[in-house]
Design a protein around this ligand. Structure first.
Ligand SMILES: [Zn+2]
Length: 128
């Protein structure tokens, strides 16, 4: 329950902050013509709120990882809650049912980190 909440919060945090900033831009743009003091205040506020926004994102990520790791240890997929077979092991925990992949830290596994199969073949051909 808590793991699903933090995973969803983490997945949508960046887009939420982006649209909050976009809305604030709209208010500041209108404020430029009506009350310039509001626009100046919002520009300063946006700069000083950037660091807390990033720190909050990091905290959400840490909570998401912390709530995901117990599922990985128990051999249960954090996304679909299916019990996994013997193939469930590091370095990448890949679910046999929903194909979700997780790093041992609890992060969702990024597919682009893996080496493409064509790259080693090219280097092997150059060496021979
Ligand atoms: Zn799964």
């Amino acid at each position: 329950m808590l793991q699903r909440f933090f995973a969803a919060l983490r997945a949508h945090y960046g887009v939420t902050v982006f649209f909050l900033y976009l809305g604030a831009f709209g208010i500041a743009f209108v404020g430029t013509f009506t009350l310039p003091l509001i626009a100046i205040f919002m520009v300063l506020l946006s700069i000083f709120l950037l660091v807390p926004a990033v720190l909050l994102g990091d905290a959400i990520g840490a909570l998401s990882r912390k709530t995901t790791r117990p599922y990985l240890r128990r051999g249960v997929c954090p996304r679909c809650r299916e019990q996994q077979g013997p193939a469930w092991e590091p370095p990448v925990y890949r679910c046999a049912f929903c194909q979700a992949a997780f790093d041992p830290s609890g992060d969702p596994h990024e597919a682009d980190e893996s080496v493409t199969p064509t790259a080693p073949n090219l280097t092997a051909n150059d060496a021979s």
